[in-house]
Ligand binder design. Structure first.
Ligand SMILES: NC(=O)c1ccc[n+]([C@@H]2O[C@H](COP(=O)([O-])OP(=O)(O)OC[C@H]3O[C@@H](n4cnc5c(N)ncnc54)[C@H](O)[C@@H]3O)[C@@H](O)[C@H]2O)c1
Ligand SMILES: O=c1ccn([C@@H]2O[C@H](COP(=O)(O)OP(=O)(O)O[C@H]3O[C@H](CO)[C@@H](O)[C@H](O)[C@H]3O)[C@@H](O)[C@H]2O)c(=O)[nH]1
Length: 480
């Protein structure tokens, strides 16, 4: 029986390994982590992450050929194939601070593999890493090898949160990069044999190591760039009376462009896009390609601009001050169908509203008060370290309250900001919400989920990203 061990039981390691276990009953899969709390949660009925369909997959294989353990060394020792899916945060100090990937967790995993291994291993990069990381890992392993043969493969993960199980069941492609040597190619085939148990062979792409590593960064950068492109156009729509939904639809009908990833929003979030672009920027800079680095930096600049443009719009519309006002925030996760708040645009928006002295009442169906308080008090990039190693802030934000109901959050509010596109926000009783708000009642839709005309009929002053402006907003000072 092939034994797989995955180091890192997070958003990638957990779901990916659960699907491998489900689709490959003849493979034993053990997911290990240094976080005891995380492993306990994976072994309980309350999984540590919310992902549609995940509970069902885990329930079918846990205890049969899928196991979660903190005994990292034992399972690494026993494995034939070791996936490494640990955090690769942005460095916060030293060389490359604020841009380069911090490979501390990756390196410590590699050194531990070298320490405990007594047989040949295939080591698979599942984490997103800078191009050429495999070379560094190879050096660490081979310089400590005690005669053991290690083959390093790059197998970046392309799942998106909220649709992870669907994405894993039916991936657009699986990418495997390896050395062109006979041993390297044998390792590529061994990993390919795992995926082709359920992924059609023509969707498994094999490349050299560096292409696979770089593809992951390039794919995320290009996806994020589409969002910044449409977001930059959304500002022009508001100024000219064009409608971003109509523009995006018509642009996306061009088969060379395609319809996906053209939804204007308050900005992209999530643990990957900004981090991976910064990583790409740093690599470009290291090779001296400053123009290329600056090109990719603009994707983040537009994203930051979009978030501050939204905050400015809220403040300017509400008579240029939020002091003494209650703002209800609907949605805090970085997208629907996840409880993940890493780099969610809601953090920057809430900080902007607080800076203008608002009191905020937040409702998100999947995010806890504790998480929101941590997010609003944490330093930039601290979120991407294992949870038990994150510095705890001694303070909480007093002007933030968290409710478990959208009606409670909006009661008595002067304005509402919709920051996540949860489906339930489309079906709320907005007449009831309006009746319980201060007047004029403002609604700022950062995800274009509400029916603007219907809400205006009720009496709301509505702002929706990239949509023709409410006459009210049109006469307010311009915000750039
Ligand atoms: N989240 C996504 O949607 C996604 C998708 C594709 C790729 N990625 C990449 O995958 C990697 C992991 O991301 P994630 O979202 O799963 O992160 P995560 O924080 O959810 O999980 C990482 C886990 O690794 C554990 N860990 C860290 N060092 C360890 C060590 N030395 N030994 C054992 N366990 C260790 C942590 O405790 C944590 O539970 C990152 O490189 C990320 O960029 C993420
Ligand atoms: O048209 C769009 C599409 C997305 N978003 C936002 O962009 C962010 C990222 O969304 P998405 O890409 O769907 O989720 P992630 O889980 O961050 O997945 C991305 O990042 C992962 C980690 O690297 C990759 O594996 C995935 O392929 C890549 O889509 C979220 O805030 C979305 O709301 C928009 O604003 N408009």
């Amino acid at each position: 029986m092939v034994k797989i061990c995955c180091i890192g039981a997070g958003y990638v390691g957990g779901p990916t390994m659960a699907v491998i276990a489900l689709k490959c009953p003849a493979v034993e899969v053990v997911v290990v982590d240094i976080s005891v709390a995380r492993i306990n949660a994976w072994n309980s009925d309350q999984l540590p992450i919310y992902e549609p369909g995940l509970d069902d997959v885990v329930r079918q294989c846990r205890g049969k050929n899928l196991f979660f353990s903190t005994d990292v060394e034992k399972h690494v020792f026993e494995a034939d194939i070791i996936f490494v899916s640990v955090n690769t945060p942005t460095k916060t100090s030293g060389l490359g601070a604020g841009k380069a990937a911090d490979l501390t967790y990756w390196e410590s995993a590699a050194r531990m593999i070298a320490d405990v291994s007594k047989s040949d291993k295939i080591v698979v990069e599942k984490s997103t890493v800078p191009v050429k990381t495999a070379e560094a890992i190879e050096k660490i392993l081979t310089h400590n090898s005690k005669g053991i043969n290690y083959q390093i493969l790059s197998n970046p993960e392309f799942l998106a949160e909220g649709t992870a199980i669907q994405d894993l069941f039916n991936p657009d492609r699986v990418l495997i990069g390896g050395r062109k040597t006979p041993e390297g190619q044998k390792a590529v085939q061994a990993l390919k044999a795992v995926y082709t148990q359920w992924v059609p062979e023509d969707r498994v792409i094999t490349t050299n190591l560096w292409s696979a590593e770089l593809t992951k960064l390039a794919a995320n950068a290009i996806l994020a760039k589409r969002i910044s492109s449409i977001n930059s156009i959304s500002a022009l729509c508001e100024a000219t009376g064009a409608n971003i939904t109509e523009v995006a639809y018509s642009v996306g009908k061009d088969s060379r462009i395609g319809p996906k990833f053209l939804n204007a929003s308050v900005g992209f979030g999530g643990s990957c896009f900004q981090k991976d672009i910064l990583n790409l920027v740093y690599i470009c800079e290291c090779y001296g390609f400053l123009e290329a680095a600056n090109y990719w930096k603009t994707v983040i600049k537009i994203n930051d601009y979009q978030k501050s443009r939204f905050v400015n719009r809220v403040v300017a519309s509400m008579f240029n001050t939020l002091s003494g006002k209650k703002i209800a925030v609907l949605g805090f996760a970085f997208k629907k169908d996840t409880g993940d708040t890493r780099e969610t645009p809601a953090i920057d928006v809430c900080k902007g509203l607080l800076a203008d002295k608002a009191s905020i009442s937040i409702y998100d169906p999947q995010v806890t008060e504790d998480q929101i308080q941590r997010d609003l008090t944490m330093n930039k990039f601290d979120w991407d370290h294992p949870i038990h190693l994150q510095p705890m802030s001694p303070t909480t934000v007093k002007k933030v309250s968290v409710t478990w109901d959208a009606y409670e959050a909006t009661k008595g509010a002067h304005g509402i900001c919709i920051l996540t596109e949860w489906d339930e926000f489309k079906g709320l009783d907005y007449q009831k919400i309006y009746d319980n708000m201060q007047k004029p009642a403002f609604l700022f839709d950062g995800r274009n989920v509400v029916d603007v005309e219907k809400l205006r009929e009720i009496g709301f002053v509505v702002y929706s990203i990239g949509k023709p402006l409410d006459t009210w907003l049109g006469v307010m000072p311009a915000v750039v």
